[in-house]
Design a protein around this ligand. Sequence first.
Ligand code: DNO
Length: 348
Amino acid sequence: MIMSFRWYGDDDPVTLDKIRQIPNMKGIVTAIYDVPVGQVWDMDRIWALKKKVEDKGLFISAIESVPVHEDIKTGDGNRDEYIENYCQTLRNLAKAGIKVVCYNFMPVFDWTRSSLEHELPDGSNALIYEEATVEKMNPLTGDLSLPGWDSSYTKDEMKSLLKKYQSITEEDLWNNLKYFLDRVIKVAEEVKIKMAIHPDDPPWSIFGLPRIITNEDNLERFLKLYDSEYNGLTLCSGSLGVAKNNDIPALIRKFGKRIHFAHVRNIKITNEKSFEESSHFSQDGSLDMYEIMKAYHDVGFDGPLRPDHGRMIWGEKGRYGYGLYDRALGAAYINGLWESITKEGAKK
Ligand code: DNO
């Protein structure tokens, strides 16, 4: 594995100088955040980003994300133009040596939580999801602001977007995804970029919107839509793991070679469709992190892997889910698991 860390660019209070002091840190996972969705990322910006990271002795191990325009997901408007732009961005990234690109196909909302500062018994703050609360949330009232939400929509745009999705079924979304893959993966193959779709978080429908990258059967269906090594997965343990029927180590073993990027974190299932983001440590949550890392080891995973959302601890204030301390603890813990698994494996 290539131990990696997400960095949000120059505005991120967690600087590259801090990140590079975490033991075994090698890769940076980042993006160009201010290019409007659907536009081409130009070479100058990509070179500048690469240089910034490499000047600190690190390298860009994955781009997270090149976002997919809603016209592509809904299959109308200017989708062909946006797909062509997407392909051009991939060609540009490839020129700069990028090997892995993460993206998602979630309608309108990326990751969603009901509370961002829930206090856990130890005094730390975590992101949580409670279905009952989310059911009462109304994305149209606009007073909600969640980290994964694209706040660039005006209320009217949001309204018409949500309206458009009322007539889009899961099957339509599958078709639109296939249309996208048929064009984009061909380019990814040419330029040798491994595409890695991120699962839906949480892996079920929210606000009546269709969500399809949710479970084993659907992951399998996804991989068959375009059967190529370059059409792969970001296996996010925390996203898929909140649904009890998703057995993460089994998914890793099953999809092994098609996993190009690993997000490793724990969650604690607190109720039906409800969960807390616990620390990475196995006993604090519902997932067995040893078994997860063991599965990555056994399938010979050699791609980028990053600790994922952390709690806010030691009084840190920052980007929800993306502070320094708890994610650094996550990285150190994953390093420890990996070292012991590797050494045990070598003895056999
Ligand atoms: C949350 C992240 C997601 C992810 C995108 C990938 O913290 O894992 O926002 O970056 O869904 O496109």
